[in-house]
Design a binder for this molecule. Structure first.
Ligand code: ARG
Length: 560
């Protein structure tokens, strides 16, 4: 029984199709008013009436039956109460049959979404500031996949700029292959810092560095081999972290990939009369749109970050023919993306409207949580390791004989980091606190994992799930089932709003509903029908928690 369709078919709203009505129906988290609700706000314009009046009129003309047993209008919402027993059994069976596919949909079939995330800089540290882009992007990647979209994950590497000329200079002057192989990014950073110290005393080396950079651009073999090597070394370091966080990419085409793809963009800008001179530089004037100019070419002819993003956007459209292209990048780059999207629009690209800057706030570490000297970068790897160590300490304290406890601690530590970064709506700045993200009783990853392990343990002890027909369910069970039923629509909403935090929130809600059920009602030791129903409900909960955590890149250990 598809309740939303059933209800939508019974409603008659002039000018709105059954499909449109169905799409608006939601399952409210609080079931005291009803099991489904239709917000009437969207019809106000169409029907030239207030939402409250529309809801009331719809309620009075609705004929109830033994599927939909009650309809009431409250504040512009039309609330439906359905036959709870029928609905509950239906939800349960849906989840148990679908298993790990519960929540999957064909909504995105035939559509492609490109997601630009993590996008690290070569030879620079992978630090706490990259946490959000990496985990938000990766979660969106998995969510869109689950909804049936073709998804292209892109790591738009920062691998272009004069700093690579400086690095080559520094490597040649003070580096050696062995040290660099061993220390990787840390050693490259050391060389880079040394370069700057040296350049202060002897500015003429900047000319050499610039010359090296030119050589890279001109395709010089030795310089390009070094450059390629620096890139590989950086990727070895970041890939370790990506593995821990279950993050993957389909493309590592970074900024330098567009070196030979910018000329066409520049000619096109020129042809359309968009390129103007300003102090020797070439810009697109965006003043009519309330934006500062978009810099395309510097006075020395060098391209800029925006130039490469324009080329990248056009390349992505041509290559993947995306329906949407997301950029998961900090809000500090708001202006940059506004400019790039505007220039694409001015170039007459109708798909400029499909570009979305998925902005997020800053992550800082709580004072005193890391023994780093002020101003030093905090490596993401160190944050993850520290969380895993702390998780292991908790396990050693509470459950020292746990099988495979190192693995479990890893899952809990990384889970805590990911969940912590996805816990508030993305635009908010967050202060990362080890104690907070690792609190087993808070709204955290470990809390959800712990609840999952609880379901696993009940199921293990409970054995086979037999017949539960005729069971009359309790309120706590109905509440929990209602929560479980929301999963598919929470997924869709989180994709629409680009908000993985809706899934962390949801996972916590499910765990809370389960724990209420678990502490209020007995499962094992009850008579057969009751035990069977409660085991089935536990199994369904277990499935939903695991599916939700998996979308976030978090593992769900069976024991903790
Ligand atoms: N590497 C850039 C940075 O660290 C982020 C790149 C974002 N993606 C893009 N297409 N501009 O700031």
């Amino acid at each position: 029984m598809d309740y939303k369709s059933y209800v939508a078919q019974k409603l008659n709203i002039e000018g709105a199709s059954c499909e449109e009505i169905k799409a608006l129906i939601v399952t409210p988290p609080d079931t005291s008013l009803g099991d489904y609700a239709l917000p009437c706000f969207k019809f106000a314009k169409l029907l030239r009436k207030s939402p409250a009046i529309i809801a009331e009129e719809l309620a009075s003309s609705f004929i109830v039956d033994d599927v939909v047993t009650k309809v009431i209008a409250v504040n512009g919402y039309l609330n439906f109460t359905v036959n709870r027993t029928t609905r509950a059994f239906k939800i349960l069976i849906d989840i148990l049959l679908a298993g790990e596919n519960y929540g999957a949909s064909s909504l995105g079939n035939g559509k492609t979404v490109c997601i630009d995330y993590s996008s690290i800089n070569v030879a620079k540290p992978f630090h706490i500031g990259h946490l959000s882009t990496t985990v938000i992007g990766s979660a969106l990647y998995k969510i869109y996949k689950k909804l049936g979209y073709t998804v292209v994950g892109i790591n738009h590497l920062g691998d272009y700029g004069t700093q690579f000329g400086k690095l080559i200079y520094a490597y040649k002057a003070w580096g050696n292959r062995e040290e660099v192989e061993k220390g990787r990014v840390k050693e490259l950073m050391r060389l880079y810092v040394k370069y700057h110290d040296e350049a202060e005393k002897n500015p003429s080396i900047d000319d050499d560095a610039r010359a090296y950079f030119k050589l890279i651009e001109q395709g010089d073999k030795e310089c390009n081999e070094l450059f390629k090597w620096f890139k590989e070394l950086t990727l070895i370091d970041v890939d370790k972290v990506y593995k821990e966080l279950n993050v993957t990419f389909d493309s590592y085409n970074g900024e330098s990939f567009y070196n030979d793809k910018m000329d066409v963009v520049i000619s096109e800008l020129q042809e359309k009369g968009l390129l103007v001179e300003s102090d020797g530089a070439k810009i697109v004037d965006l003043e009519p749109y309330g934006l500062t100019p978009c810099l395309i070419l510097r006075s020395d002819g060098a391209s800029l970050y925006a130039t490469r993003d324009l080329a990248a956007a056009i390349y992505r459209k041509n290559t993947y023919n995306f329906d949407k292209c997301l950029y998961v990048v900090a809000y500090q780059q708001n202006l940059h993306f506004k400019q790039v999207f505007k220039v694409l629009e001015l170039l007459g690209k109708p798909w400029a409207k499909d570009m979305v800057h998925v902005a997020f706030g800053m992550v800082s570490l709580e004072e005193g949580t890391m023994s780093t000297r002020k101003g030093k970068v905090v490596f993401l790897e160190d944050v993850i390791n520290k969380c895993c160590e702390k998780a292991l300490a908790v396990i050693n304290d509470k459950n020292p004989n746990l099988d495979g406890k190192e693995e479990v601690a890893k899952a809990v530590g990384t889970g805590a980091v990911i969940f912590g970064a996805l816990s508030s709506s993305r635009i908010k700045d967050i202060v990362f606190s080890y104690d907070k993200v690792l609190n087993f009783e808070g709204e955290t990853g470990p809390y959800c994992q712990y609840t999952y392990a609880r379901t696993a343990s009940v199921l293990k002890k409970g054995g086979e799930i037999g017949d539960y027909s005729g069971y009359e369910l309790k309120d706590q069970e109905y509440e929990l089932l209602t929560e479980l039923a929301r999963f598919p629509e929470v997924l869709i909403q989180s994709a629409e709003k680009y908000e993985p935090s809706m899934i962390t929130r949801y996972a916590v809600d499910v765990c809370e509903a389960f724990n209420k059920f678990y502490f209020d009602l007995k499962i094992l030791g009850e008579e057969e029908v009751t035990k069977n129903f409660r085991l089935a409900l536990t199994k369904a909960t277990s499935t939903v928690i695991k599916n939700a955590l998996t979308l976030l890149g978090i593992k769900a250990p069976e024991q903790m």
